[in-house]
Design a protein. Sequence first.
Length: 430
Amino acid sequence: MKQDMIVILDLGSTENTVIAREIRDLGVYSEIHPHDITVEELNALDNVKGVILNGGENRVVDGVTIDVREELYSCGYPIMAIDHPTAKCTKKLDKLPDTKTLKSFLFDDCKAEANWNMKNFIEDQIEIVRRQVGDKKVLLALSGGVDSSVVAALLLKAIGNQLVCVHVNHGLMRKNESESVVEVFRNQLNANLIYVDATERFLTKLENVADPEEKRKIIGGEFIRVFEEEARKLEGIDFLGQGTIYPDIIESGTKTAKVVKSHHNVGGLPEDLQFELVEPLKQLFKDEVRACGVELGLPANMVYRQPFPGPGLGVRCLGAITRDRLEALRESDAILRDEFAKAGLDKKVWQYFTVVPDFKAVGVRNHERSMGYMVVIRAVNTIDAMSASIERLDYDFLEKVVARITDEVKSVSRVCYELTPKPVATIEFE
Ligand code: XMP
């Protein structure tokens, strides 16, 4: 390992991630592990320089107060205990450490080096992946989103053509999105990429399905089936790469944290397709994943892209999806994204997109009454997607977008700007 590491043991505090982030900000790598880790497991983590025990509000699990193993106190690592200090620790605190105290623990007690940076992280992960995978093959569902793209680039660097990427185009991707996945990964990075155009299959399955949950289920289920079919065609695959990142693990619940939502990347594969997981980004926060992508040389527009839901344009083409309305959605979304980029708003606004409801509104084209689709513009800012505020887009900017959409997308008769924050609205419309 290139990097020194401070291990935080999870004793039910919701502040663990805050401490981990602060330690990383001080230049030392930090990971959070379950409270009942054994000394053997701790030693196997390589380059551990110190341990932090952080008790908290969720320390009582099913009526039992959890604690670390007794053997840990004599393992030889400096230990800092916060909240239920015991006599055997190097440092005892009754509240979260201030920066000075934390620094003194890291650099005086643990003698850690401030060598946490993306270059070293990547080198470490390459070594870990090579050790795990050996000469076997890894399969990866490459959606083109930030996480799967960064994991693909990292695995490619680690194991080259032992990585097999599968990109499923479900026909609900944004304009040129699948093309750019093929261009970057197959043409520029020489990845072993299987491109599956399953547009017809998805759109046929979705015909006349108006219920949002039913649409999501069909898209998710069909995705698994297509991916599974491709996996079965391949031979000698033992591992499945996943773009799991740290917030996914937190949201899925640790031993002490409540489940926020269960996390599935390519969950739901049939029992007989059992793979061991390779998840090199699972300790990274989102901004660190992006920094990792930049360090790996991925294009900025791939690394800094806005969040895009798994069911894609499927949940923005409201109600039962029709092909011409989907096209109006895709084109209007591309225009909006283009104008955002030109105005420099793409780096400022968290999520921005268009939505097309399933009705037509009357308009006038060539001096004649004509029915057309209504495009809705949504632009929001948020920190955690649990609540969101509206971006106050400038009227001149909006008018330019309206002019372009109505000029270039002939099936559109109206463009609206949506102003409802979350709550009461959600970010997506379905
Ligand atoms: P809502 O609409 O719940 O969205 O306010 C919050 C964030 O989650 C994204 N989103 C999804 N992402 N699959 C996903 O992968 C989904 O089904 C899905 N629904 C919403 C949404 O884009 C926003 O960033």
